[in-house]
Design a protein around this ligand. Structure first.
Ligand SMILES: [Zn+2]
Ligand SMILES: [Zn+2]
Length: 346
């Protein structure tokens, strides 16, 4: 099958690789239609690693996909060949202590797409996944809308962790795909006052279109005074979606005493640092958010019920043999990019 092979830092090469083995019991063979480029793919692309997770070359990236069911293994009852699905890229064991208490995302034996020693990436024509990871999408949906269920599920999980934010003052730092999906998830869950900081003008415009109460450039010396004017007591909750150390400082200053910071961004460095004085005097809480904890189906139902359209966020599509160009476009923030997809199917 055709694939985009990640052969070295910042190098993506079109290649032929072996087809996956036929689907086993409870598994389905997927024909991959579209794949999203995620911030975590970009960390691997630029540095070859995310913390302790180190890539060995060559390998395949990609974990956000929508697909057509091509064949089904023994005992598969819910899906049939031809079905269109969104895919949860995580397989959890279902029996460890974490799975038993509902923390499938921190399963001791989790296997995730495009993680070394776990599952191959989906930047190729076919993949085999358990039926349980595949969720039917509407015939009226674009493949891209199906792909977006992966990042949307992460943001829905984060929004659920924060609880009922009705009437609360909320900050989102970073309006990339995760920041924008989070804004979408918050809007769908109830009215709140959301301020968004983002250095890139076009991404701020996307946040405005999604109904952000205020947007601003965190490099502008005036921005904090503007937020303080609207929320003089500080923000109740801040979601960090930038992976930037400066955003942690911004968050700590913005939050009211007793406020909560949720960290979704993946920092490029192995250590995070926070102003201990502010953190302590305000008695702030920091909550790390890890992936989506089985929220894909709920994300899909919410998107369907609310008629949420993710297409405006998808600014670019590239064919599989232009994966290098696709990754460079996103890595270098070229050409007004927000979410870029790689189209594999016809
Ligand atoms: Zn992702
Ligand atoms: Zn488990």
């Amino acid at each position: 099958m055709k694939a985009a092979l990640f052969t070295d830092l910042r190098t993506m090469v079109p290649a032929e690789i072996p087809d996956p083995a036929p689907p086993g019991p409870g598994e389905v063979l997927l024909r991959i239609e579209e794949v999203g480029i995620c911030g975590s793919d970009l960390h691997y692309y630029r540095t070859g690693r995310i913390g302790s997770q180190v890539m060995s070359f060559p390998t395949t990236l990609g974990h956000e996909c929508a697909a057509t069911v091509e064949a089904v293994g023994e005992g598969v009852a819910r899906l049939r060949p031809g079905d269109r699905v969104a895919v949860d890229p995580a397989i959890s064991c279902g029996t460890c202590d974490q799975c038993r208490c509902g923390r499938l995302h921190t399963c001791r034996h989790v296997k995730f797409m495009a993680v070394a020693g776990q599952l191959p990436g989906c930047l190729c024509e076919f993949a085999v996944m358990p039926e349980a990871c595949c969720f039917l999408i509407s015939d009226t949906w674009t493949w891209g809308q199906g792909v977006m269920m992966e990042p949307f599920a992460i943001c829905l999980y984060a929004a659920k962790l924060a609880g009922d934010l009705t009437g609360q003052a909320v900050g989102i730092l970073g309006a990339g795909p995760i920041g924008l999906c989070l804004l979408t998830a918050l809007n769908a869950r109830g009215p709140s006052h959301v301020v968004v900081t983002e250095p890139l003008t076009w991404r701020r415009r996307h946040a405005q279109n999604l109904g952000a109460e205020w947007t601003g450039d965190p490099r502008d010396p005036e921005w904090e005074a503007e937020v303080a004017e609207q929320h003089p007591e500080g923000l109740d909750v801040v979601f960090e979606c930038a992976g930037e150390p400066s955003a942690y400082d911004d968050a700590l200053r913005l939050l009211r005493p007793g406020g909560r910071l949720f960290v979704l961004g993946i920092p490029e460095h192995d250590r995070m640092s926070f102003d201990a004085d502010l953190l302590r005097r305000k008695e702030l809480s920091i909550h790390m958010v890890r992936r989506q904890n089985d929220c894909t189906h709920e994300a899909l139902e919410l998107a369907e019920a609310r008629g949420i359209d993710f297409e405006p966020m998808i600014t670019h599509r590239f064919p599989l043999d232009q994966a290098q160009k696709a990754f460079d476009t996103v890595a270098d923030y070229r050409d007004g990019v927000v979410k870029a997809l790689i189209t594999i199917g016809r």
